[in-house]
Design a protein around this ligand. Structure first.
Ligand code: GRF
Length: 206
């Protein structure tokens, strides 16, 4: 297995996938995106992956599997088949089964549009606005069995403005996501990290 081979899972428009592929093409992120999987046939992410000539771009249809575990096992088989060391979730909207998370423990990362542990879950941006926080941001974290609960790899902060709505705040958060995700992925490959308790300690800065 190449330590740089990566699979990306995405359900949506794929802007995070795009910036990762751009960073790879520019030589700024030394990973090898071998595989892109989406659970949605019409995901923008699949179109972007094809435009960037990712070697394996696959729609895995949840309707063809009678359980979450079986769907995840089909994806796991693809990761193994293509020698993927890292699984990068980029707007992937399905909850992963515990067996899948255990199998790839420490090798799955996600980006979430809030400063975790605040506002886990699918409505992070709305929840931050409703709560009235003055700053929010994004978090890149390892995935464990707790929803949005794994160890934190990196975070970036954005201000929340008086007249923000969901779209304006999310757009400001995404500007930071698009810098943070490729940078963090590059760091994972270049520096590596250890986990002490809950804490991620980057090797180059320990
Ligand atoms: C991002 O805001 C990310 O934090 C969340 O889903 C969104 C995906 O956006 N997990 P995109 O499809 O990468 O544009």
């Amino acid at each position: 297995m190449s330590s740089k081979a990566v699979a990306i899972m995405a359900s949506g428009k794929g802007s995070n996938l795009k910036v990762i592929l751009e960073a790879v093409a520019a030589g700024a992120c030394p990973v090898d995106v071998q595989l892109v999987i989406s659970d949605k046939a019409d995901a923008g992410a699949l179109t972007i992956a094809r435009e960037f000539n990712v070697p394996n771009v696959i729609h895995v249809n949840p309707k063809e599997y009678d359980s979450r575990e079986k769907f995840d096992a089909a994806c796991a088989e693809l990761f193994d088949q293509h020698g993927c060391q890292w699984i990068v979730l980029a707007g992937y909207m399905r909850i992963l089964s515990s067996s899948f998370v255990r199998r790839f423990r420490g090798r799955i990362i996600n980006i979430h549009p809030s400063l975790l542990p605040s506002f886990a879950g699918a409505k992070a941006v709305e929840d931050a606005l409703t709560y009235g926080v003055k700053v929010s941001g994004c978090t890149v974290h390892l995935v464990d069995e707790v929803l949005d609960g794994g160890s934190i790899l990196a975070q970036a902060v954005v201000p929340v403005l008086n007249d923000d709505d969901r779209d304006s705040l999310h757009a400001r958060i995404q500007i930071e996501e698009h810098k943070l995700y490729p940078q963090t992925l590059a760091r994972m490959v270049n520096e590596g990290f250890e986990i002490k308790g809950r804490k991620v300690v980057w090797k180059a800065s320990s």
